[in-house]
Ligand binder design. Structure first.
Ligand code: KIV
Length: 268
């Protein structure tokens, strides 16, 4: 299994191969998705919701992302591992962003980082990239701005908004971002952005016109059937699969069927 690097991602994109990315937060899940052949693993700040049980990504701390990234990196042989810099770990200053990105690479063993933002973050991306920190820029619906937006909605529906997103995409490309994450962007706008930049776009809730796709692994696996937004395709009944196995285990423990002779050790 070869280690996927930034040039490999660029090469796949050049050849027209779509990029598949999922999130993961621990070593076991990382090794499963890695062996399945995923291109990139995002240690998303979605861990605030799916791991920590918060309602938003706002409470997630940089130390937590670094910890989970190091777990994922240890379980990954091939995929490119990306750490999602959390709210207020990079927005306060360019120096703060450089230090956060540096920690993600040095302590988290990430291959790249992701940051959310608009035109105001372009210079930050330029500085990070020239310092050796590869950056994916996240535009469109930016969950870290939920307190300003008030609600999660689709972006780039109007021509003005589409123009703004296109400007942001081009500014990030020019600043050296190695790819863009388009979240919650109207299909036509996401497709136009993808066709207007040379770097790959990875979409979530942004339609089929992107260069690749990302989903939160627990959503894809059906761990939370009550979360069923239109953009999501659920590929397994993960919750039912785990619940059935645990129910079997409970019943065998109660009945004494487990552990059997097969699972037991004897005195000499
Ligand atoms: O944190 C996250 O999981 C994300 C999604 C867009 C995949 O950023």
């Amino acid at each position: 299994m070869r280690k996927i690097t930034l040039p490999h991602i660029a090469e796949k994109h050049r050849k027209g191969e779509r990029i598949a990315m999922v999130t993961a937060y621990d070593s076991t899940m990382a090794s499963i998705v890695d062996e399945a052949g995923i291109d990139m693993i995002l240690v998303g700040d979605s861990l605030g919701m799916v791991i920590q049980g918060h309602d938003t990504t706002i409470p997630v701390k940089l130390d937590e992302v670094i910890y989970h990234t190091s777990c994922v990196a240890r379980g990954t042989k091939s995929a490119l591992v990306m750490a999602d810099l959390p709210f207020m770990s990079y927005q306060a200053s360019r120096t703060q962003a450089m230090l956060a990105g540096g920690r993600a690479l040095k302590e988290g063993m990430a291959d790249a980082v992701k940051i959310e933002g608009g035109l105001e973050m372009a210079e930050t991306v330029r500085m990070m990239t020239s310092a050796g920190i590869p950056v994916m820029a996240h535009i469109g619906l930016k969950p870290q701005s939920i307190r300003v937006m008030g609600t999660y909605k689709i972006h780039g529906k109007s021509l003005d908004d589409a123009k703004k997103l296109l400007e942001e995409a081009k500014a990030f490309e020019e600043a050296g971002a190695f790819s863009l994450l388009l979240e919650g962007v109207a299909v036509e706008t996401a497709t136009e952005i993808t066709n207007s930049v040379s770097i790959p776009t990875v979409g979530i809730s942004s339609g089929p016109g992107c260069s690749g796709q990302v989903l939160v692994i627990y959503d894809l696996l059906g761990f939370n059937p009550s979360f069923n937004p239109k953009f999501l395709k659920v590929y397994a009944n993960g919750r039912g699969f785990i619940a059935d196995a645990v129910k079997d285990y409970i019943s065998e423990v109660k009945s004494g069927e487990f552990p059997s002779e097969q699972h037991s050790f004897h005195r000499k």
